[in-house]
Design a protein around this ligand. Structure first.
Ligand code: HEC
Ligand code: HEC
Length: 300
């Protein structure tokens, strides 16, 4: 009898030991991935000084960056705060105390962050939007950087990302998404299609505005990217409800947050910022969404 207990003890003890070792190895792999240093050739993007380009950069910042960096672009503390996983502050994009305007020493530092998802030291940043901003053309990125350099300084110290050992394990196991620097294309130069109401420009708008981060790569719907929010986003290909909407109904939905069937879109769909897109931008998005292959609604 005693022998059996001894053996059960040895087996259980070994199992616990094995699990601890696997956990430790995953944490070490996670640390190595989070601290990896990247290097990319400089883009030497021209930073314009004319008013039209700066206004253009402002339009992009208002429709894309403010949602996560705050109305004053001074950063949001605890932008992502999931106790057991850790927390992330979004950065202060101004030249005030604690802002990137003081930390960054060259225009390339902006390009590295926004196009490649790395900080001035070459380490990956946890900014999911890089999956979109990596598609911004040299011209659009230049205009955006030009605008960022004109915004009023805000004094706010933010402290980047802090992940717990559990988050690192889930990250290596693929439950949490990869760092953008690990997955985006890292082109040195990017061009955009000509601006206008076209399928091509609509595709550019969709690629640069986070739609795929929430609605899935093929836009057929997906689990919400923040794992603490348990919702599935809708299919926005012609296989979903949007496929039956007229252009007017689509624009009306983004302007009002209410769909043609009377459903009030919840706050997880950023229509309040998307309503600031111009009508031509919305028409182009509509054209693109109606041109892509039908997908079935994603279900878990
Ligand atoms: C979905 C949310 C989100 C959006 C949208 C977003 N950001 Fe960020 N951004 C973050 C977070 C979170 C961080 C902090 C990342 C970290 O510390 O690892 C960050 C960090 C940064 C940094 C600092 C990098 C560094 O080295 O410290 C810059 C610059 C930046 N963002 C620019 C922008 C610009 C410009 C836009 C608009 C085109 C934008 N971001 C849109 C969430 C976002
Ligand atoms: C941060 C996540 C997020 C992003 C980014 C996002 N969406 Fe959504 N979207 C949602 C959610 C969640 C819903 C469902 C809201 C509801 O049903 O209350 C939704 C709903 C919609 C709907 C209504 C669909 C229907 O059948 O009712 C449309 C259209 C839409 N999104 C288009 C877009 C477009 C175009 C983009 C990019 C410009 C985009 N979304 C970006 C989360 C997002």
């Amino acid at each position: 009898m005693k022998k059996i207990f001894k053996w059960i003890g040895i087996v259980l003890g070994s199992l616990v030991g094995l699990i601890l070792i696997i956990g430790l190895v995953l944490i070490l792999i996670g640390n190595a991935r989070l601290n990896k240093t990247y290097d990319f050739p400089p883009s030497n993007i021209a930073i314009p000084t004319n008013e039209a380009s700066i206004a253009d950069g402002k339009h992009r910042a208002v429709t894309l960056c403010e949602g996560c960096h705050g109305k004053d672009l001074g950063g949001i503390e605890k932008w992502f705060n999931a106790g057991p996983l850790g927390m992330v502050d979004s950065a202060n994009l101004t030249a005030g105390e604690g802002g990137v305007g003081q930390e960054f020493t060259s225009d390339e530092d902006y390009v590295r962050a926004i196009r490649h998802g790395i900080d001035p030291e070459g380490k990956p940043i946890f900014m999911p939007a890089v999956n979109s901003t990596s598609h911004l053309s040299d011209e659009d990125l230049g205009a955006l950087i030009a605008y960022l350099k004109t915004i009023p300084p805000v004094d706010r110290k933010t402290s980047g990302h802090h992940f717990t050992p559990l988050a690192k394990i889930l990250f290596v196991a693929g439950v949490l998404p990869a760092m953008p620097a690990e997955v985006v294309s890292h082109e040195t130069h990017v061009t955009a299609p000509e601006r206008g109401v076209s399928v091509e420009y609509g595709e550019y708008m969709v690629n640069t505005n986070d739609c795929r981060i929430c609605h899935g790569k093929e836009l057929g719907g997906a689990p919400f990217p923040d794992p603490t929010i348990k919702i599935i986003t809708p299919n926005i290909t012609p296989g979903g409800e949007v496929g039956f909407w007229s252009e007017e109904e689509f624009i009306g939905t983004i302007h009002s947050g209410i769909t043609p069937s009377g459903h009030q879109l919840n706050e997880h769909m950023p229509w309040e910022t998307y309503k600031l897109f111009t009508d031509d931008e919305l028409k182009a998005i509509y054209m693109y969404l109606h041109s892509i292959p039908k997908q079935a609604q994603y279900t878990p």
